[in-house]
Structures are given as C-alpha cells and as structure tokens.
Design a protein around this ligand. Sequence first.
Ligand code: AMP
Length: 214
Amino acid sequence: MKIIFLGAPGAGKGTQAKILEKKYNALQVSTGDILRKSIEEKTPLGLKAKEFMDQGKLVTDDLIIGLIKDKFTSKDFPENWIMDGFPRTVAQAEAFDDLLASINLELDCVIEVDVNRDVLVKRLTGRRVCKKCQAPYHVNFNPPKKEGVCDYCGDNNIYQRSDDTEEVVVNRLKVYDDQTAPLIEYYSSKKLLHKIDGDLPLEEVSKKIELLFQ
Ligand code: AMP
C-alpha cells in the first residue's frame, strides 16, 4: 500500500489513515504529527515550524520536502505507507514524484476525502487528539469509549490542538483552497485520484475506501 490522503483539514484523513494503518500493517506518515512532535522536543525543525503552524500557515516546502526525503531514505522505512497531510502544495507533489522515481517506487492511488465546509468547521473546533498516539476524537461525533482515555493506547491525555480554534481554522481552510486544492487536478490528470464522500458517517467512509483495495 502506497497511498496519499488528500482533503481539507478536518476531512477525516487522519482517522481513515489510522484505520488503514492497523488493517494493512502500513505506516501512517502525518507531517503534522511529525512537526508537532518536533515542536514539543524543541528540535531545530520544530522551532522553525512553530510560527507557521500557530498561524495556520503552511511550513515552507524546503523544510517539508527535506523531512520526507529523510524518512523515505532511512533504512527502516517500510514498504507500505499512507501519506496524511503531505503533499500540500504542487511543489511538494512534484518533489515527491521525483523522490519516488529516484527510489523506484510508484504511488498506488490518491484518495480525496471531500467534506462540506460547514461540517469541516464543526469537526475541527470539536476535535480532540490523544497526545501520546495522536488518535483523533470529536467531543460529539466520536468521543473515546471511556471519557478522557484513548481507545488505542490507553493514555489519558486527550487535548485540543492549538490550531483547532475557530480563528486559526478559518485561515487553514483558506490556505487549503489556495495551496492544496490544486493537487486535486494534479493527481486527477495523472489518473490517480479517487474521490470519497467524507460527509458520510465514519464507518461508511471506511467501507468506501476499503472497496478501493479489493
Ligand atoms: P495537520 O496536522 O496535517 O493539520 O497539519 C498541521 C499544520 O502543520 C499545518 O497547518 C501546517 O502548518 C503544518 N504542515 C503539516 N503538513 C504540512 C505540509 N505538507 N506542508 C506544509 N505545512 C505542513
């Protein structure tokens, strides 16, 4: 499995990637998660990324492309992977194409999770995340089975991301329209794109994605 999840913030990319990760023994590569961890650990990458992320802006292409190159060329990088939140600009997509070609890999497909704008805002502002394993939840639509405890790792630190506030969310959605949405045409013209209705309930979205792999 070598796939990309495409879609606006809050579309459910991370949730669906986590489900596939478990089912297919693939690695979810979330650039957002990697950056948040770098910020917490105060690494040089984290220090550079923080200012952009706090404002809902994209981190620069060179930083992100460097990060992805390091991952893909590391010895223990697995055969099956799911990109979640990368690429996010046409420059990143082009650099990713070059990288994959240079290591003789080919993308299986790109899954676009399409969600209505009002739904996105509700999902993002109500989203909560497990600090330890990054499993995503929602205060109303998808709370953990036991309040405050992560269903996946059992940790009890479920929090709201600082960029999931209403003010930053509006900016992130604009950035998506301006810089990331052009990737829909980019992958569609390469005949790699599959569009999924992400307004459907979580389980139904999963079923539709599952059908792509049968
Ligand atoms: P996410 O967790 O995917 O919503 O990403 C959170 C934030 O991390 C974004 O708003 C960006 O500031 C930054 N980020 C994550 N992935 C990328 C990327 N591929 N390119 C640029 N910035 C990114």
